[in-house]
Design a protein around this ligand. Structure first.
Ligand code: CAA
Length: 248
């Protein structure tokens, strides 16, 4: 909680398409919203636009793929704002290519940013959540962690890894007022998805029963529900939100 008794939420990768929508929705729901960013040039413009739009959110720099950078960022947030009650592990990148063309750096960058970041962030907020007997941890995975995707061995491995993390941690902290859940979005209209070659994306969307990309706000609604007190009996779960692209 911050000094006004508002719950503090940290959204990693806040300046991306999904992160922005989550920050807005969580702000509307009464959270003290703290975003994490990595790229300074993008962050300044983002923050200015958010303030213009009436969203009084804060932005902190940190490299979530690096444990020490993450630890320092979280310490600063908790000193300046207050203890983090809710963590949304949203930061992620793609380096799409067939494995046969993939270098060690392309593999490591995606595993470090998309999966090791989940450890780095969660490990640094967990003791506080345990002490206060409340926490919400929401991991943003992907439909491609559930079903695989040509050209995404690195990304799919990282996103699938999140599920194991979620289920195991959920068991460890279930009695402590802390819930841990995963959301697996399908193809959402973000810069990341729009970077997929147009021809390929058209083929993918044609396989989505709803026949369209998802909206960022459609994912943000689910995040805000899982972040709320109302979701208190839900833990270790994975929520698919993909327009029917992958049903099982
Ligand atoms: N299935 C089967 N074969 C495929 C294929 C597919 N889906 N996609 C490409 N190929 C084949 C091509 O036909 C071609 O074969 P031939 O040489 O026999 O003609 C070969 O693969 C070409 O491969 P290249 O390595 O030369 O690479 P490319 O330049 O064509 O690009 C790619 C391959 C990088 C995978 C590109 O197709 C791509 O970007 N695909 C999209 C991957 C994707 O969906 N990413 C999601 C990003 S968004 C996201 O990740 C958010 C989320 O959570 C959903």
């Amino acid at each position: 909680m911050d000094k006004h008794n508002k719950r503090v939420v940290l959204v990693t990768g806040a300046t991306g398409g999904l992160g922005t929508a989550m920050c807005k929705k969580l702000y509307d729901e009464g959270f003290h919203v703290v975003g994490n960013y990595y790229t300074k040039a993008k962050a300044d413009a983002w923050l200015e636009q958010m303030k213009k739009d009436g969203y009084n959110v804060e932005l902190f720099h940190g490299d979530v793929s690096d444990f020490d950078s993450t630890a320092a960022m979280i310490k600063k947030i908790e000193t300046d704002i207050g203890p983090i009650d809710t963590l949304v592990n949203n930061a992620g990148i793609t380096r799409d290519m067939r494995l046969i063309n993939m270098g060690k750096d392309d593999w490591n960058a995606v595993i470090n940013t998309n999966l090791n970041s989940v450890f780095n962030c969660t490990r640094n907020v967990l003791q506080g959540m345990i002490d206060r007997k409340f926490g919400r941890i929401i991991n943003i995975s992907s439909v491609n962690g559930q079903r695989g995707q040509f050209g995404q061995t690195n990304y799919s491995a990282a996103k699938a890894g999140m599920h194991g993390f979620t289920k195991s941690l959920a068991m460890e902290v279930a009695k402590l007022g802390i819930t841990v859940n995963t959301i697996s979005p399908g193809y959402i209209a973000t810069d990341m998805v729009m970077a997929v070659p147009e021809k390929v994306l058209t083929q993918i969307v044609a396989q989505v029963p709803m026949g369209r990309l998802g909206g960022t706000e459609e994912v943000a609604h689910l995040v805000s529900f899982l972040a709320s007190d109302k979701s208190s009996f839900i833990t270790g779960s994975n929520y698919s939100i993909n327009g029917g692209q992958h049903v099982y």
